[in-house]
Design a protein around this ligand. Structure first.
Ligand code: AMP
Ligand code: MG
Length: 477
C-alpha cells in the first residue's frame, strides 16, 4: 500500500499534538469499505483490502511516512467551557496528498487511550462507528459538506457502555480535523503566539487566497462563519439534527463533523431533540442556526488577539445573511420555485407550521409533492387544513411557467427519496453486531443516490414503523 504522506499538522510541533502509537484493535477485520472515499486518497480497493492496510489502519503497524498524533483542543460543551479535551480516542494517523494536490487527514476514531482520554477507555463501539460511517456518507451525497468515512474496522475487544459492547475503529477522512475548540485552547491558555501559528497554518493550507490579505485573520473568521451558516442552512432544509454542536465538534471548514446522537427529521417537529442526553434541548433542531452563530462568536472570541473588535459584529451580520440566503433558496427550491420572491418565505413557514401541527413525515411530504402537483397522499385525513395553503401555492407556482415534467425533475433533484432514518441504521447495526455487515453495505449503496428512484429499495422510503419511532440515542459512543 502506497500513500503519499505529507504530515503538515504534525510538523507544527508538540504544542499542537502529541506524537503516539495507537493501541492495536485486537482481532481486527475490515468490516466495511467505502470505495468512493478510497479514491480521495488514491487508494485502490486491493490495497485497502490488503493485510498491510488493515495492520496500519487498526493501529498494529505504522507504515512508512505516517506519523500518528493526538491533536490538542478544548471547547465549549453544552455552553460551558472545558479547558482540556483533545483527541481522547482518536489519532491523526497521517496526512496524505493526493494526485490533485489535495491534503487529506486519515484519522482513526477508537485508537485507544491518549493523554487526553480523561480516564475513559479510548475506544469507540461498533454501533457508533457504523452510525458515523453511514451518516457522513449520506450527508455527502445529499450535497452537505461533511467529513467522509473510508472504512469500519471491527474488533473483539469488549468495552463497557450501558452494556457490554465491542470496540471498533472508524477511519475518517477530512481535509482538516481542526475545530473551533483548537483555537479556543490556545486562546484560553494564553498561548497567543501559538494561536497565531495555528491561524497561519489554517490560512496556508485551507484558505490560501487570504495569504496576502491585509486582515487575514478577520477574513478567515468571516469565511469560517459563512461556511458554517451555509452548512446549517442545509441541515435545516434536509431535516438533519446534529445533536452535539459543542465547539470541539465544529470543523473550521464548515463541514458536518463528529457524528454522535444525530437524527434525521421524521414527523416534522421543529423542537426535535435527537440527543437523549440533551435534557435542556440546547441542540434542538430549531436552535441549530442560533447555536451555529453562538459557536462562531466563541471562535471570534478565541481569535480576539488577532482580529479587530469590529469583526465580531460584522461576522454576526455575515452569518445571518449567508444563512438566510442559503436556507430561503433551498426551501423555495424544495417547493419547485426557482426565482425566490419576497412572499415565498411566508409560504414556506405556513407549510412548516402545518407539517408540524399534523406531524407529517418531512421527507415523504416533499418527495410526494415533487412527484405530483397535488396534495401528497401522506397527509391522509389531514388534507383540509392544507387545502388553503395549496391554493396559495398553486397560484404562486403558476408564475414560474414551468412544465409539470420540469417541476418534477427539479423537485426530485432536491427532495430526497431516501434518508437515513434511525431505525434503518439500527437494523443494520443489529445485524453487524451479529457479524453480518451486508445491511451496512446495502445502506451505503442506497444513500449514494438519495434522489434517485430505486424501485427495488422502495421499502426503505416508507414511513418509520412504530417500533422505530422511539429509539433513544444518547451521547454514549
Ligand atoms: P465527543 O463527545 O465524541 O465529541 O468527545 C468529546 C471528548 O471526549 C473528546 O475529547 C473525545 O476525545 C473524548 N472522548 C469521548 N469518548 C471517549 C472515550 N471512550 N475515551 C476517551 N476519550 C473519549
Ligand atoms: Mg468530538
Amino acid at each position: 500500500m502506497k500513500l503519499n504522506f505529507d504530515n503538515q499538522f504534525a510538523a507544527l510541533g508538540d504544542k499542537f499534538s502529541v506524537s503516539m502509537k495507537a493501541r492495536p484493535l485486537p482481532n481486527a477485520h475490515m468490516a466495511c469499505i467505502n470505495p468512493l472515499a478510497a479514491e480521495l486518497i488514491d487508494l485502490n480497493l486491493d490495497d485497502l483490502k490488503s493485510d498491510k492496510a488493515l495492520k496500519f489502519l487498526s493501529g498494529h503497524e505504522i507504515i512508512a511516512g505516517a506519523e500518528p498524533v493526538a491533536m490538542v483542543y478544548s471547547g465549549h460543551q453544552f455552553g460551558g467551557y472545558s479547558p482540556r479535551l483533545g483527541d481522547g480516542r482518536g489519532l491523526l494517523l497521517g496526512q496524505v496528498r493526493n494526485k490533485h494536490g489535495k491534503l487529506w487527514d486519515i484519522h482513526l476514531k477508537g485508537a485507544g487511550q491518549t493523554p487526553f482520554s480523561r480516564g475513559a477507555d479510548g475506544r469507540a463501539v461498533l454501533r457508533s462507528t457504523i452510525r458515523e460511517y453511514l451518516a457522513s456518507e449520506a450527508l455527502h451525497h445529499l450535497g452537505i459538506p461533511t467529513s467522509r468515512a473510508l472504512c469500519v474496522i471491527s474488533s473483539d475487544e469488549p468495552v463497557m457502555r450501558e452494556s457490554l459492547e465491542r470496540a471498533a475503529g472508524l477511519i475518517r477522512l477530512s481535509e482538516s480535523h481542526i475545530r473551533f475548540g483548537s483555537f479556543e485552547y490556545f486562546y484560553y491558555t494564553n498561548q497567543h503566539d501559538d494561536l497565531k501559528k495555528l491561524a497561519d497554518y489554517v490560512i496556508d493550507i485551507h484558505f490560501p487566497s487570504l495569504r496576502g490579505d491585509p486582515e487575514p485573520y478577520d477574513m478567515m473568521l468571516l469565511e469560517i462563519a459563512g461556511r458554517t451558516a451555509q452548512m446549517i442552512a442545509q441541515w435545516q432544509a434536509y431535516g438533519f439534527a446534529h445533536g452535539v454542536m459543542n465547539t470541539d465538534n465544529m470543523s473550521i471548514l464548515g463541514q458536518t463533523f463528529d457524528y454522535g446522537p444525530y437524527g434525521f427529521m421524521e414527523n416534522f417537529d421543529p423542537t426535535y431533540i435527537c440527543n437523549h442526553s440533551d435534557d435542556m434541548g440546547r441542540y434542538a433542531f430549531n436552535k441549530q442556526p442560533n447555536i451555529g452563530l453562538w459557536n462562531c462568536l466563541a471562535l471570534a472570541h478565541a481569535l480576539s488577539p488577532l482580529i479587530s473588535p469590529a469583526t465580531s459584529e460584522l461576522m454576526r451580520g455575515h452569518y445571518q445573511a449567508k444563512y438566510f440566503e442559503r436556507y430561503n433558496k433551498l426551501m423555495t427550491q424544495k417547493l419547485g420555485l426557482l426565482k425566490s420572491r419576497k412572499k415565498d418565505a411566508a409560504l414556506v413557514n405556513e407549510l412548516l407550521s402545518l407539517l408540524a401541527n399534523h406531524k407529517i413525515d418531512y421527507t415523504i411530504f416533499f418527495r410526494e409533492f415533487s412527484d405530483h402537483l397535488a396534495l401528497p397522499l401522506i397527509l391522509k385525513e389531514a388534507t383540509s387544513a392544507f387545502e388553503q395553503w395549496f391554493c396559495n401555492y398553486k397560484a404562486r407556482w403558476e408564475k414560474e411557467k414551468l412544465s409539470l415534467k420540469q417541476r418534477r425533475k427539479n423537485m426530485q433533484a432536491i427532495n430526497p427519496k431516501y434518508i437515513l432514518r434511525n431505525y434503518l441504521a439500527q437494523n443494520a447495526i443489529e445485524q453487524a453486531e451479529n457479524g453480518d455487515f451486508s445491511e451496512v453495505d446495502k445502506l451505503l449503496r442506497l444513500f449514494k443516490k438519495p434522489f434517485d428512484d430505486q424501485p427495488e429499495m422502495d421499502n426503505y422510503a416508507h414511513e418509520t414503523p412504530d417500533w422505530g419511532r422511539h429509539l433513544e440515542i444518547s451521547c454514549s459512543s
